[in-house]
Design a protein around this ligand. Structure first.
Ligand code: IYR
Length: 238
């Protein structure tokens, strides 16, 4: 039994609590679901060739709602998802992204080691997909929040929180049968300007979202094995 139950009666008297909605599966169902989910997620790939086929806004909104279930520091939910299907907005974003990427690739802002690491992906400064994909979703991190009275309210673990939300967004899209690219055309300040976001928000990732163009190819990648990515600790080492 816990000597320090959570919530304590004093805590619960001051802040509302509710019962956890927990679904318990049998061991066989747990294993089946775990294997299914892994196999499904293992098919997810970043895509750079999008179809211009339309995607209902409702699906984008559902992916955002799923992303926003992410845990966040002090439950501050320090994110804004800016969504556009506007031809003009997408064109401006493509132009500005290509301008930055040209400096990254051809102007030496990415060093030789970095460029070599990207060689198997074959990326370059051309970002046509930013106009072709039906939706662009820019995830902004809120460094702080302004209250209704205009006061700064702190957010906590913003990068961690927004990173988790980004991952959940990516998996939500995959689960519903859409693809995206995790795109960071750095420096990304142009996204704040074009999308009219306040200066206390910073662009974190730009996601083109849609369907892959028919015949899309992706690089053959090997995912690191469990043995390579996981260690088991059996005794304290310090
Ligand atoms: N932002 C550039 C370069 C780039 C960097 C990394 I790290 C990648 O994994 C892929 C691309 C671009 O989008 O082309």
């Amino acid at each position: 039994m816990y000597e320090h139950p959570y919530p304590s009666p004093e805590l619960e008297a001051q802040h509302p609590f509710q019962s956890l909605e927990f679904v318990r599966y049998s061991p066989a169902v747990m294993l089946e679901r775990a294997q299914q989910y892994h196999a499904d997620m293992d098919r997810r790939r970043s895509v750079r060739m999008f179809s211009d086929e339309p995607v209902p806004r409702e699906l984008i909104d559902l992916a955002i709602m799923t992303a926003s279930t992410a845990p966040s520091g002090a439950h501050k939910q320090p994110w804004t998802f800016a969504v556009t299907e506007s031809v003009e907005v997408k064109r401006k974003i493509r132009e500005a992204a290509e301008e930055q990427e040209k400096v990254n690739y051809d102007g030496g802002r990415m060093n030789a080691e970095w460029q070599a690491a990207l060689a198997p992906l074959g990326t370059d400064y051309h970002k046509e997909f930013l106009e072709i994909a039906p939706w662009l979703v820019v995830l902004f991190e809120q460094r702080f929040r302004l209250t209704d009275s205009g006061e700064k309210e702190h957010n906590y673990y913003v990068k961690e929180s927004v990173g988790i939300a980004a991952g959940m967004f990516i998996s939500a899209l995959h689960q519903m049968g859409l693809v995206c690219l995790t795109h960071t055309p750095t420096p990304m300040a142009f996204l704040s300007r074009i999308m009219g976001r306040p200066d206390y928000e910073r662009p974190f990732v730009l996601f083109p979202v849609g369907f892959p163009v028919t015949g899309t190819k992706v690089p053959e990648l090997r995912r690191r094995s469990l043995q390579e990515i996981s260690v088991t600790i059996t005794e304290p080492l310090d």
